[in-house]
Design a protein around this ligand. Structure first.
Ligand SMILES: Cc1cc2nc3c(=O)[nH]c(=O)nc-3n(C[C@H](O)[C@H](O)[C@H](O)COP(=O)(O)O)c2cc1C
Length: 196
């Protein structure tokens, strides 16, 4: 019940590798935008009461990638949460495809249409419950160019990106509209996208 209270959350696969190039991927829904300059993204890591392969790999290599989950891979993405042994890559276990980019050891998810590479910036312990806020700085972005609008907005619906509620429910979305930034002296106007 408590997991449902924060509403729709983003569905992301975080992919890493350890110092011996063994890859790992797991689903995370706690992502938060922390700022654009520098471009920072954070996510909440559960307490280390069991092995946390994603966290261990990030600490070893200082790198990770974040990959949007879309309508074609949401079931495989969900399966990555299973507690596979350290020597089993969720890529082979779920059939997701890893893609490597020169100069970066953490893999991208080939099936994802919006992926970005991050360098570890800071890990902040939340003493209240033993969780961690893991913060990365975005270094490189890969996105289907058809979804990028003139002002930089990315039409993630065009990419088939899905949302999560609770811990097990996956959703397609339907945009109502984009709105201009609110000003005190006028009502916001709609910004058309894809003719809507
Ligand atoms: C829908 C969904 C969302 C999740 N979100 C998070 C999250 O935000 N933070 C977290 O620590 N674990 C989250 N998990 C659990 C991890 O995916 C799970 O612990 C996984 O086994 C971690 O893999 P690893 O040990 O390879 O890093 C989520 C699981 C599901 C099914």
């Amino acid at each position: 019940m408590v997991n449902s209270l924060s509403g729709y959350k983003s569905a992301n696969l975080i992919a890493t590798c350890d110092r011996n190039s063994n890859t790992n991927v797991a689903i995370f829904s706690s992502l938060v935008h922390l700022g654009s300059s520098p471009a920072l993204v954070g996510f909440i890591m559960r307490p280390d009461s069991v092995a946390r392969h994603t966290l261990d790999n990030i600490k070893q290599t200082d790198q990770f990638t974040i990959n949007h989950v879309n309508e074609n891979i949401w079931q495989q993405a969900h399966q990555t949460a299973a507690r596979y042994p350290r020597d089993t890559s969720e890529f082979s276990a779920t059939g997701l495809t890893e893609r490597f980019v020169p100069g970066f050891t953490a893999p991208l998810i080939d099936e994802s249409e919006l992926c970005y590479m991050l360098k570890l910036a800071e890990i902040i312990p939340i003493e209240l419950n033993g969780t961690l806020l893991v913060i990365g700085e975005i270094k490189t972005l890969f996105c289907n160019p058809n979804a990028i609008k003139e002002d930089g907005y990315i039409d993630i619906e065009h990419l088939g990106t899905v949302a999560i509620s609770g811990l097990d429910s996956y959703h397609k979305t339907q945009r109502l509209s984009r709105l201009s930034y609110p000003k005190t002296d006028r009502k916001p106007s709609t910004i058309s996208i894809n003719g809507r």
